[in-house]
Design a protein around this ligand. Sequence first.
Ligand SMILES: [Zn+2]
Ligand SMILES: [Zn+2]
Length: 345
Amino acid sequence: MTPGRHRELSSARQRSRADHKAASVRAGAMRALTLEGRRLALCSDYPIPRPPRGESLVRVRMAGICGTDLELARGYMGFSGVPGHEFVGEVERSAQRGLVGARVVGEINAGCARCTRCRSGLARHCPSRTVLGIVKRDGAFADYLVLPDENLLVVPDTMPDEVAVFAEPVAAALEIFENTSIDEHERVAVLGDGRLGAIVALTLRARGYETVIGGHHPEKLAALRSVGLKAKLESELVSGFDVVAECTGNSAGVSRALELVRPRGKVILKSTAARSTKLNLVPAVINEIALIGSRCGRLKPALEMLERGEIDPRPLVCTIVPFERAMAAISAARQPLNFKVLLKM
Ligand SMILES: [Zn+2]
Ligand SMILES: [Zn+2]
């Protein structure tokens, strides 16, 4: 990856590119990648969303393709509409004056604001929540998206788009610490050498934990070693880890995690997969293993960690694809040897 390839365009040039593209689609319409009945298609006449009261209109600058997006296209969550939940954009319309023109990332869960969970600050678990590009809310693979004003966080000027776009996956990795305490001396294994496993391992290491990542692809493991991670073939990992974070994307990974963790250890479940397979949980009973589910996290600490440079996710970017070629970008993201594919609007 040569950093020069992804050098930022000047903002003026970007604006004129955006103006040109806006002119090429009819008024009130935008480009969007849509998912309908498990079929992804790129269109140029999707209606630009209108922000309801309390929400802002954000012009997407860059979006990341996540394993969850690929699973949605396999039927996960039964979603139809515009997928995409990892983004950095610019606020175009908002009742919050201070936000207009700001470059932002966004918390993807939008709660009802009334229930007890929302009032306790846990909109991520509101029973009637919508989730950007995942549950009843169009997402970031489009020129525009809308999110509640309070979900938006301003990105520091010095942070490039291709770093800011990782705020959401880093937040999901940090979520591990919200409901699991890991002692500083504990040994952690991350199962899965995909984009999720890589981000989780980078985050754990940035928090000071001795972490080893186990996977199936020697090429990817070599790439992970080149960013300073300890990476091994999964078959070479030896049981006895205090904590195993399961990031493989399939339930066979859970069985393997149960083998690798020590008695009374913890298995953190991070995979979201459309397919379910049979899973024998008896080892978890015999060895008294804590199984801990973990999903989305808070964006603020993630953005701060990225700003401090504690994690640099850029080596994980294998390509930045113009949005016109979104279908090719999806194919690239499906290639098992690729880490992160980014879409540039
Ligand atoms: Zn994701
Ligand atoms: Zn609620």
